[in-house]
Design a protein around this ligand. Structure first.
Ligand code: HPA
Length: 269
């Protein structure tokens, strides 16, 4: 089994990998830089969502190329990190949230591999956008390692790259968001279309604008990520080592409907 790690803001190197190699993978959407290696016998494929020097803003991340690259390198389970602001007083800076739902406020991002025509049309089910089985395993691994993690939470995804206004933060809270970030959509959607199990570890770096007593800055986010680095890495690599290979979830078959609805069947042709 190969496990994919998507490193978000402040998580640009996998670390801890044996035989680490840089690779460039060609996809129909563009080239993707990957690092491959091994951790305790498990094969790992790592990619830095924003590039290793944080040169790609959230609205310009090539989400389709990234997910395609992980899928075509044989990855079946993906653990992503994401820096987020908190909208919920019970979720504090430094906390980790295993998000289970999202609300999408992005505006300009391709959200599907299936653009119609020959590619077909897919209305992928989003009842469980983040793999419940992988989340539950990571939660148990965190408990065993005494790493405190919130079992669930709703990720409100904004377009960025700017931070939110306090009025937007009030709105996102009222709509049920627990944390706010700029990247989980469409990453999780595309992972689901590709049949991958996908879980996101949202690391709270700040309170949302207007809840925070001071204006937000990227520096504050990076500093909080730096402080959390050790614990986040410990959790991710314990998960890489311990998650089971078998899959009892529905992630692998999320795009099955396309076979009967999107593409012409042999008889129709
Ligand atoms: N808003 C959006 N994205 C973020 C934030 C925030 O407050 N903090 C870290 N990423």
């Amino acid at each position: 089994m190969k496990i994919g790690i998507i490193g978000g803001t402040g998580f640009y190197q996998p670390g801890l990998l044996d035989n680490e190699k840089d690779e460039v993978l060609r996809t129909p959407y563009g080239d993707v830089n990957l690092k491959t290696g091994c951790y305790k016998g498990r094969q790992v494929v790592f990619l830095a969502r924003h590039g290793v020097r944080h040169t790609v803003p959230p609205h310009l991340v090539n989400y389709r190329a990234n997910i395609w690259a992980l899928h075509s390198s044989g990855v079946t389970k993906v653990i992503a990190t994401a820096a987020v602001g908190s909208l919920n007083e019970d979720m504090r800076p430094g906390d980790i949230v295993l998000v289970d739902q999202f609300i999408d406020f992005t505006k300009s991002r391709p959200q599907t591999f299936f653009e119609g025509g020959e590619a077909g049309v897919l209305h992928v089910d989003m009842t469980h956008p983040y793999c419940p089985e992988l989340r539950s395993e990571i939660f148990q691994i965190a408990s065993r390692n005494r790493i405190p993690v919130h079992r669930c939470g709703t990720y409100a995804c904004t377009e960025g790259p700017r931070y939110e206004t306090p009025a937007e933060v009030r709105m996102l809270r009222k709509l049920g968001g627990d944390v706010v970030g700029m990247t989980s959509v469409p990453e999780v959607v595309l992972a689901r279309e590709a049949g991958l199990c996908y879980a996101a570890l949202a690391l709270i770096t700040n309170y949302g604008a207007g809840i925070s007593p001071h204006p937000l800055s990227h520096r504050e986010v990076l500093d909080a990520m730096e402080r959390a680095q050790e614990v986040l890495r410990r959790l991710i690599f314990s998960a890489v080592e311990q998650v089971r290979e078998e899959r009892h979830c529905s992630c692998a078959s999320a795009a099955d409907e396309l076979g009967s609805l999107g593409r012409k069947t042999d008889q129709e042709e």
